[in-house]
Design a protein around this ligand. Structure first.
Ligand code: NAD
Ligand code: IPM
Ligand code: MN
Length: 355
């Protein structure tokens, strides 16, 4: 497929709510940045989300995983979540389904302050808030193992299992160290709650102690998750790379996002190195602002930069980041960042810059 065909095939999955507003802006921006390439990128849009689910009862269509795995290089994802779908079954099936079934074990969520004024921390500058969160993305409390006993009675019991495999823990910890080494970063912090979660996180402790011995050039440290949350706020300069389990990574990455300007700016990649991977902003479908045309598209644009880098378009990725930096500097931004621009205006502005 790749010989003489498009440089890469990208499945575009806008999803629900503001996912449908920010994702087209990203496609526009990527098209502009890669326009002059000899072999352009190919985009194929997929309409999976709440509307389709409510219409047809379909969440993740049959054969979807195989199609994405075999026919696409990357997936650009918006967000899933709709108030009309109680429990958001479609989001679990599609988003968690793809993370698990494509075995996207690395959830990379960089925290980077692009402009001083965007952090709620007093006296912190750009260089003070810059670290990577690696969230384990295929197991932990997210696997959906559990059940109810005596449901809907006064004696009800609900059980949710925390599933941690030796292989799963090792590969994400190893990835964190490899990334640090490759990027010339000096410090890796593993975070768990092994003082209370004495089985699951004891495994994290043992694997961490073993793997760190192979990376003596890197300073490694452990913090319990509650302490990490505190330390990241007290002095974010301490951190280069953080690695943690699925649930804690979800929480600490939102905290990190806020230190760097909020959810409107935070990007992420769900990655299996060398395989079809999925890129999405950290934010959700934001039903409270959906349809108003004011969602910040920059989280999705920075997500697209991560995707381009994954696909080998490093220079173009850098263009997207530089344009985002410029928009923030010139305050050409949406209301969440104190501006008065619309989603599309910001998208057009970025596209014009990178084109
Ligand atoms: P959310 O991220 O959708 O919104 C949280 C707050 O941040 C809201 O006030 C929202 O207006 C604001 N916000 C988020 N992104 C923004 C943007 N780009 N520009 C401006 N403001 C932005 O989180 P939530 O409200 O907890 O969840 C809403 C729905 O999204 C739920 O159904 C949830 O399950 C889902 N969700 C999906 C994903 C995903 O698809 N990856 C991630 C998180 C939440
Ligand atoms: C995220 C979201 C998801 C998660 C939800 C929608 C299941 O919060 O991508 O951070 O918890 O992983
Ligand atoms: Mn989250």
């Amino acid at each position: 497929m790749r010989n003489g065909g498009p440089a890469a095939r990208i499945a575009v999955l806008p999803g629900d709510g503001i996912g449908k507003e920010v994702t087209p802006e990203s496609v526009k921006v990527i098209r502009a940045a890669t326009m002059s390439a000899r072999r352009p990128l190919e985009f194929v849009e997929l309409d999976w989300g709440a509307d389709k689910y409510l219409r047809e009862g379909v969440t993740l269509p049959a054969g979807a995983v195989e199609m994405l795995r075999d026919e696409f290089d990357a997936i650009l994802f918006g967000a899933l979540g709709d108030p009309r779908v109680p429990g958001n079954q479609h989001a679990a099936d599609i988003l968690l389904g793809l993370r698990f079934k494509l075995d996207l074990y690395v959830n990379a969520r960089p925290v980077e302050l692009f402009h001083n004024r965007l952090t709620p921390l007093r006296d912190r500058k750009e260089e003070d808030v810059k670290f990577m969160v690696f969230r384990e993305n295929t197991e932990g409390l997210y696997v959906g193992v559990g059940g109810f006993f005596k449901k809907d009675t006064a004696d009800e019991i609900a059980v949710q299992e925390d599933v941690n495999s030796r292989k799963g823990v090792e590969r994400i910890i190893r990835h964190a160290f490899d990334y640090a080494r490759k990027q010339g970063l000096k410090r890796v912090c593993m975070s768990d709650k092994s003082n209370a979660m004495t089985f699951a996180h004891d495994l994290w402790q043992r694997v961490f102690k073993e793997v760190r011995q192979e990376y003596t050039d890197i300073e490694s440290r452990h913090l319990y998750i509650d302490t990490l949350a505190m330390e990241v706020v007290r002095d974010p300069r301490q951190f280069d790379v953080i690695v943690t389990c699925n649930l804690f990574g979800d929480i600490i990455s939102d905290l990190g996002a806020q230190l760097a300007g909020g959810l409107g700016l935070a990007p992420s990649g769900n990655i299996h190195p060398g395989k079809t991977s999925l890129f999405e902003p950290v934010h959700g479908s934001a039903p409270n602002i959906a349809g108003k045309g004011i969602a910040n598209p920059l989280g999705s644009v920075l997500t697209s930069a991560m995707m381009l880098e994954f696909l080998g378009w490093k220079q173009e990725a850098e263009k997207l980041r530089a344009a985002t930096r410029a928009a923030l500097r010139e305050n050409f931004v949406t209301p969440d960042l104190g501006g008065d621009r619309k989603t599309m205006e910001v998208g057009d502005w970025i596209a014009a810059r990178v084109g």
